[in-house]
Design a protein around this ligand. Structure first.
Ligand code: GDP
Ligand code: MN
Length: 299
């Protein structure tokens, strides 16, 4: 046998602690990417975690839009001197289907949600199962259109020492009334389950799903997006039952234990919201950080 042909890893010694950087814990940053947004890439490169401990993984839809995103990212990587410092960068092209029309109006229409979100779930599963390694301590899910976050995002989220931590995704815009720059909630997938939500689920057929943020499916769930308090403590926690994938830090063991993104209705939930349910069924807790904002691109 060639030397090093047998690799040993003691998963019991692999830690995911609040002191991850000092303990040299590796983080795998995962991004499904239908479009390359330069500000996303700049933001990732500004993260202050030791880049030698960071691996990046991307998955692209097999559409012309996906091909372009992959080329744009490759160019950006090649022209970013610091990119050589990352432990590893993996680019995957999906083997599953995607929606062709990805305009904001189209992709947010309720009727396409089940199909779109279940395709997204398959893409996220391919991405994590193809890139997680025996030395991965943490997985940071970052959507490709998160264009701004604190540079200490990883350490800040690790500090909570929770199996799953979700940041609050907001968006910058120009307020039409004040004509001034303002911010507004963007991601409504971070939520707390409600009586109404549970009752609504009971009325559904096996193959029907609830997606949060649609008035047609009124759940009255408390949404983390609405709990932002600019004067509050940055590190305030709230327990969550559903999460989005915008900026989500997961201890790698949660995925290793089998928590994935259901592409099928799981307790009437799919994708990231189904992932939260599955992680909870596996016994893990989830917290959201209502006052810790990251910003979504404004199309
Ligand atoms: P929204 O912000 O909730 O409207 O969702 P997005 O359309 O931004 O999708 C979430 C993430 O998945 C973003 O990082 C997108 O770039 C990416 N994405 C969207 N559609 C696809 C797809 O079909 N395949 C892959 N691989 N990524 C996708
Ligand atoms: Mn988005």
């Amino acid at each position: 046998l060639p030397k090093d042909h047998i690799s040993h890893y003691d998963l019991n010694k692999l830690t995911a602690t609040k002191d991850g950087l000092n303990k040299k814990e590796e983080v795998l940053i995962l991004t499904p990417m239908s479009k390359f947004v330069p500000e996303y890439w700049e933001n990732i490169n500004k993260l202050l975690y030791d880049h030698a401990l960071l691996s990046l993984g991307f998955i692209f839809p097999r559409t012309s839009e996906g091909d372009k995103a992959m080329k744009d990212l490759e160019n950006a990587i090649k022209t970013t001197p610091g990119a050589a410092k990352y432990k590893k960068i993996t680019l995957l092209r999906q083997d599953t289907e995607s929606l062709e029309d990805q305009s904001e109006k189209e992709r947010h229409a309720l009727k396409v949600q089940k199909q779109r979100r279940s395709m997204m779930a398959l893409a996220r599963n391919s991405l994590v199962f193809s890139t997680i390694s025996p030395s991965t301590s943490w997985v940071l899910w970052m959507d490709a259109d998160i264009v701004e976050s604190p540079t200490t995002l990883i350490q800040d989220m690790m500090k909570h020492d929770k199996p799953i931590v979700s940041a609050n995704v907001y968006q910058r815009f120009i307020n039409a009334e004040t004509k001034k720059p303002d911010i507004r909630p963007y991601d409504f997938n971070n939520w707390v389950e409600s009586e109404e939500g549970l009752k609504l689920a009971e009325t559904l057929k096996d193959d029907e799903i609830i997606v949060e943020g649609y008035s047609e499916l009124a759940t009255y769930r408390p949404l983390m997006a609405h709990f932002y308090d600019p004067k509050g403590d940055l590190h305030t926690e709230m327990p969550l039952d559903g999460v989005g994938g915008g900026a989500l830090l997961v201890k790698a063991d949660v995925h290793r234990d089998g928590a994935m993104f259901p592409s099928f209705p799981f307790y009437h939930l799919i994708e990231t919201e189904g992932f939260a349910k599955m992680a909870k069924r596996l016994g893990y807790s989830i917290v959201g950080l209502p006052n810790y904002l990251v910003y979504h691109y404004n199309e």
